[in-house]
Design a protein around this ligand. Structure first.
Ligand code: 8YV
Length: 313
């Protein structure tokens, strides 16, 4: 039987391509100089798309592919696709949940510790041979401080589990109060911020959460509070965050995501009270292997006529 044609919007870890190529005729969109011409040429053969959270699938791209049946995301973020549009075109959409939960929660905790305990500064201190001649400023304890989680989904729960081991009392904000957790619920982000020392964002991006964490939240978090973002840059009013960091409205931030990736606002790099990461929440061998496997398993299920494993549409 002829292999179905799969359009990849961007590269996956290098081991994935040969695995995909055993099952599909793979087209590499990112290598094309004239993408619209390339799409037009292959429009009638492309039955599947493998994309990433950051690249998504625009309505224009979906519209240009009349034979498209399934879009498989390497990631869980769905802010770069219009799900209703995909649904209206009868296109299935899958994501890679669960396999990345622990790693994203781990990086959230790592950022909390890194910014509060000045880990990057300590590293620089040793490397620069300043140890012995200059003193590092004292850091802030994390154990026992109040943890506030914006978005108590799977990743939020994994953050709560880790924070519990740090003896942190936990509060959260969600669209709806959860009846199955022992944590304190706050109806607004500002109320949550007011009772947090570490405020961690793990909500999905997209229009519904755009700029949701605003200056009012930073004022409520206060001058001893830390803001951590492992969700999407879009969930924060980034100017308000920069203002808060530059003017001591909050103490510091640990950021894995930004509004403009991969070229975040340069003002972040001038600040000494932030720890910055290049969107690596899920970037471990273990998780990326799990994500690749789940993309392939969903595609295989689709073409075998079996139920999809992790479909959102
Ligand atoms: C990935 C992510 O970095 O799952 C998501 O939404 O942001 C991350 O896991 C991304 O999808 C890989 O490109």
């Amino acid at each position: 039987m002829e292999k179905p044609t799969l359009l990849m919007t961007g590269p996956y870890p290098e081991w994935e391509l040969p695995l995909l190529e055993t099952q599909y005729h793979v087209l590499k969109l990112w290598e094309q100089t004239d993408k619209p011409v390339f799409i037009a040429k292959h429009a009638n053969e492309i039955r599947a798309m493998a994309t990433r959270g950051d690249l998504g699938a625009s309505n224009d791209l979906i519209n240009a592919l009349p034979k498209l049946e399934i879009i498989s995301f390497f990631g869980v973020g769905l802010d770069a696709i219009d799900l209703n549009y995909a649904k209206s075109k009868n296109i299935r959409v899958t994501i890679t949940p669960d396999v990345l939960t622990s790693d994203v929660a781990d990086i959230a905790m790592g950022l909390c510790l890194a910014v509060a305990r000045n880990i990057p500064q300590g590293d620089t201190h040793v490397r620069s041979a300043a140890w012995g001649s200059a003193m590092l400023p004292l850091a802030t304890r994390m154990t026992g401080k109040r943890m506030g989680i914006i978005g108590l989904g799977n990743i939020g729960m994994a953050v709560a589990k880790r924070a519990t081991a740090f003896d942190m009392p936990i509060s959260y904000h969600n669209r709806k109060k959860r009846d199955d957790v022992p944590y304190a619920y706050c109806e607004t982000i500002e109320a949550l911020a007011a009772q947090s020392d570490f405020l961690v964002a793990v909500i999905p991006g997209g229009p519904a959460t755009q700029g949701m964490i605003s200056s009012a939240a930073f004022i409520a978090l206060g001058k001893n509070g830390y803001f951590i973002n492992v969700a999407r840059g879009s969930v924060v009013d980034e100017d308000a965050l920069l203002y808060a960091l530059e003017n001591g409205v909050i103490k510091g931030a640990g950021l894995d995501v930004f509004l403009n990736e991969p070229k975040p606002d340069a003002r972040f790099t001038k600040l000494s009270n932030v720890v910055l990461q290049p969107h690596v929440g899920s970037a471990t061998y273990e998780t990326r292997r799990g994500m690749g496997q789940l993309v392939r398993d969903n595609l295989a299920a689709h073409f075998a006529g079996r139920p999809l494993i992790s479909a959102v549409v």
